[in-house]
Design a protein around this ligand. Structure first.
Ligand code: MN
Ligand code: MN
Length: 479
């Protein structure tokens, strides 16, 4: 037997080389919908709204109708389940009992941003400003001198709910946090990057024209803040106190677009982790017929601050959903039903879960932070991480080689290009995802997602090929 040594080697190369013209066209067509999603879903609440609206068009029904007993859970049924407007589960019920486990993909739909503080509005030297509180891991200096938009919701004590979206339409005004001019920044530029712009410097300009009362009373209200309050009352019927009942998020007022003369990349805010959320969402919508195992997507909130809270991945909500489907499931063949609690425990043990989150792509400009043999590369397909964590795999939930091999075999069945990677050189830093909270439930879990350049910046960049292959990977895994 002669051995061709070349066959023994494992080499990775850009997926663009092996893609057919048809796949390149599919990748482009897919990216059109993705760019649209990035522009219409800049917050976790908007992501839920956009996905639920699309899901309903595709025959998904509210899972609460199953919980109330109005609808009977049946194989082939498509359900969605919303948690407080900020997290979402979607599922296509399979032929097998949920006790046998689910095929799940889970991404997060929150993203680094700036939030309004409870008492945000003030006036200083005839400029009206908003105090902000940053959310997630940002480089604060990246948020100055870029156009910003305000998205969110105000829930007044009288029960009125006001949705806010300012700065996105062509004729909308935008908002900005000013940086210091270089001429007067001799002291500032000597500071460490983490201190160049402090948290207390992140003050958003919201107005500059003062209110002038017609009243002769010299104590009549006047000034820029008064004018902003007047404008807010006219537009939304809110008073200053109502900021206390608001969740207003400040996000880049930047449109997602193709990057590069060849349109090979996509630039846009919050691709961590909208890219995995959208690809998983589309993969689930595209399931044909009734799958063997129940296929589900989980879109969680609060990942960027540790998956905490009742809408984060550490909450019992996902486990509760699985308990509910075990409770509602009636075998088409009849027969004795497993106790739902036992079925739920078994279901979680048998569930295969892709923790769908982005990783850092090697950046040629900053290649020194990556280990070239084990980093993810832009254009080489979906990146898997057997473990994350930092300093000796701390905080990582390492996937077993059995599970890695299983997932690879599923992707290879459709020739989906994948890369098994780590994020960054050892001792340089690290990160975590929702993976460990899924393993706490007993599931088999591996991290995987699209490599990203400029992660956590106001304008992140992905490869169009990777976005497409991430979608294809989730689609073949779910079915
Ligand atoms: Mn992420
Ligand atoms: Mn992140």
């Amino acid at each position: 037997m002669s051995i061709n040594i070349k066959d023994l080697e494992f080499k990775r190369e850009s997926a663009w080389y092996s893609m057919t013209d048809e796949q390149k066209k599919d990748a482009h067509d897919f990216s059109v919908g993705y760019i649209d999603f990035l522009n219409n879903a800049k917050t976790e609440r908007e992501s839920v709204n956009v996905m639920v609206a699309e899901a309903v068009k595709n025959g998904f029904v509210d899972f609460r109708r199953v919980m109330s007993g109005e609808l009977r859970l049946e194989p082939g049924m498509k359900v969605y389940h919303v948690n407080r407007g900020k997290a979402l589960i979607m599922a296509v019920i399979g032929r097998e009992s949920p006790e046998k486990g689910l095929n799940m993909v889970g991404a997060h739909i929150d993203a680094p941003r700036l939030d309004f503080r409870p008492n945000p509005l003030y006036e200083d030297h005839d400029i009206a400003l908003v105090k902000t509180h940053y959310y997630g891991g940002i480089k604060k200096y990246q948020w100055v001198s870029v156009p910003l938009a305000i998205h969110g919701v105000i829930t007044k004590t009288d029960g009125t709910r006001i949705d806010v979206k300012l700065g996105e339409k062509d004729d909308d005004t935008v908002y900005v946090i000013n940086d210091l001019l270089p001429h007067l920044a001799y002291d500032q530029v000597e500071k460490k990057a983490s201190e160049v712009i402090s948290g207390e410097n992140l003050n958003l300009v919201i107005g500059s024209v003062p209110y002038k009362s017609d009243s002769a009373d010299k104590d009549a209200p006047k000034g820029v803040k008064a004018n902003i309050l007047r404008l807010l009352f006219e537009k939304y019927g809110i008073t200053e106190k109502d900021f206390n009942f608001a969740e207003l998020e400040i996000v880049p007022a930047l449109e997602a677009k193709y990057v590069g003369l060849d349109k090979g990349m996509i630039g846009g805010y919050a691709q961590d982790d909208r890219v995995c959320a959208y690809t998983a969402f589309r993969a689930l919508l595209d399931i044909d017929g009734i799958p063997e195992r129940t296929a589900a997507c989980y879109f969680s909130d609060k990942e960027e601050i540790g998956s905490v809270g009742n809408t984060g991945a550490r909450a019992n909500w996902l486990a509760n959903f699985i308990l509910e489907i075990c409770q509602a499931y009636v075998s088409p063949e009849g027969g004795k039903k497993t106790d739902p609690g036992v079925a739920c425990a078994r279901s979680m043990e048998n569930t295969r879960f892709l923790s769908a989150d982005v990783t850092a792509a090697l950046d040629p400009t900053f290649s020194d932070v990556s280990e070239p043999r084990n980093t993810a590369y832009c254009g080489m397909g979906i990146a898997f991480e057997k473990y994350t964590g930092h300093k000796g795999k701390s905080g990582a939930s390492e996937a077993s080689c059995e599970f890695v091999s299983y997932v690879a075999s599923v992707l290879d069945s459709e020739s989906v290009p994948w890369q098994l990677t780590e994020m960054g050189k050892l001792d340089k830093g690290g990160g975590g995802t929702i993976a460990q909270y899924m393993t706490d439930l007993g599931m088999d879990v591996i991290d995987c997602g699209t490599p990203v350049l400029g992660m956590h910046s106001p304008y992140e960049v992905t490869s169009k090929a990777d976005v497409y292959w991430t979608y294809r990977a989730y689609r073949v895994f779910l079915k």
